[in-house]
Design a protein around this ligand. Structure first.
Ligand code: HEC
Ligand code: HEC
Length: 308
């Protein structure tokens, strides 16, 4: 529809311009003043012959370069519309808070994205999907405006987390993190550390300072399924617990505190007890408020836009 009317328009313009050029030449050449030919003729000629092309070019440019115009659907209204659409259509994989879901491999969308760095890039992903993955193109019936609203919502998620003033000291926080906090026993930071907790290399773009504080004081307030743990008891009464790595109808896999993997066929197990509590200790009693602020300042600095 859009394309055929564009095509008709272009044809019409081409016809018009051909007609205008012909008539321009005709009218000018029938003027009986050969010496007064110069500036008047050329200006007149140029404007007549170029204007339809200019209009056509601007028109085509505005269609073809839509991506360069940025997202025009980024008011608060659009962002809210994008959020409600997201909750209906996308949250089953990416989560209500858009922080992703390890089980289905849907990435966190609240920090910098891997495959897009602008609204236009997000728009393209939504229109085309990501081949060979669960990320499919949205229904072609969904209008462009709605996709731009979704893109605006996703962009707003990473902008919200940036540049919030924090109270603590990044330097002191860093020292606590590396030393007395023993955070690296469980967490990976830029390739170093343990695997008993999430990689924190980019945590500042995923959580706000408030959320970071809560993660330290009350780790169990929110625990992704990836970090649930299981206690297994086999038919001889032996039990073992660890992080839940994988569970299906035939087997269960866990990782113990020494990062050892254990796999059991379900048929060998008498009991499987699942805990949705965090295995991270609370730091509410170990650190005072100032130290928690310092840790938050350090964690919040762990985001690409904060590194100079
Ligand atoms: C069936 C599950 C599923 C649904 C539903 C889904 N996604 Fe995805 N999405 C994925 C997966 C899996 C990936 C990662 C693909 C890859 O890169 O391997 C992904 C990737 C993305 C990416 C790229 C992320 C990056 O870091 O570059 C964006 C943006 C995205 N999805 C947005 C959406 C939006 C918006 C919706 C709703 C219209 C949606 N997704 C619905 C599974 C899903
Ligand atoms: C015994 C292992 C362990 C230690 C020690 C530990 N953590 Fe954790 N941490 C975890 C686990 C497991 C999770 C994921 C479950 C949850 O959200 O609590 C986690 C979650 C987090 C999160 C939230 C991450 C997210 O993506 O939501 C932050 C922030 C964090 N830890 C910071 C720290 C800091 C800072 C220290 C040191 C002061 C620390 N942790 C010490 C295991 C640990």
């Amino acid at each position: 529809m859009v394309f055929s009317s564009l095509f008709n328009n272009a044809q019409q313009l081409r016809h018009q311009s051909a007609y205008k050029i012909a008539s321009a030449i005709l009218t000018e050449s029938s003027q009986p003043q050969p010496f007064d030919f110069g500036p008047r003729f050329s200006l007149h000629y140029v404007s007549r012959w170029l204007s339809p092309f200019l209009v056509l070019n601007l028109f085509l440019a505005s269609v073809g370069l839509a991506e360069d115009a940025g997202n025009l659907y980024n008011t608060t209204f659009d962002i809210n519309a994008g959020r409600s659409y997201f909750e209906k259509q996308c949250s089953r994989c990416h989560g209500f808070d858009a922080r992703g879901n390890d089980e289905v491999g849907a990435p966190n969308l609240t920090g910098p994205l891997t495959r897009a760095s602008s609204s236009a890039g997000i728009y393209t992903i939504l229109r085309e999907g990501i081949a060979g993955t669960a990320m499919m193109a949205v229904d072609p019936e969904v209008p462009d405006s709605q996709l731009w609203q979704l893109a605006a919502y996703i962009e707003s998620l990473s902008r919200e987390s940036a540049d919030i003033a924090v109270r603590g000291s990044v330097e002191v926080g860093k020292a606590l993190f590396n030393d007395v906090g023993e955070c690296l026993d469980c967490h990976m930071l830029n390739g170093k550390g343990g695997r008993l907790g999430p990689d924190l290399s980019n945590i500042g773009s995923e959580l706000s300072p408030d959320e970071l504080g809560l993660a330290l004081i009350d780790p169990s307030a929110k625990v992704e399924p990836r970090w649930w743990s299981l206690t297994l008891e086999d038919k001889n009464g032996m039990s073992r617990s660890g992080l839940r790595m994988n569970e299906d109808s035939f087997s269960v896999r866990i990782m113990d505190t020494d990062s050892q993997l254990w796999s059991y066929p379900r048929s060998a197990l008498r009991r499987v007890v699942r805990s949705e509590e965090s295995t991270m200790p609370s730091y509410a009693a170990r650190f005072n408020d100032t130290q928690i602020d310092d840790l938050v300042a350090f964690l919040y600095s762990l985001r690409p836009e904060a590194t100079p």
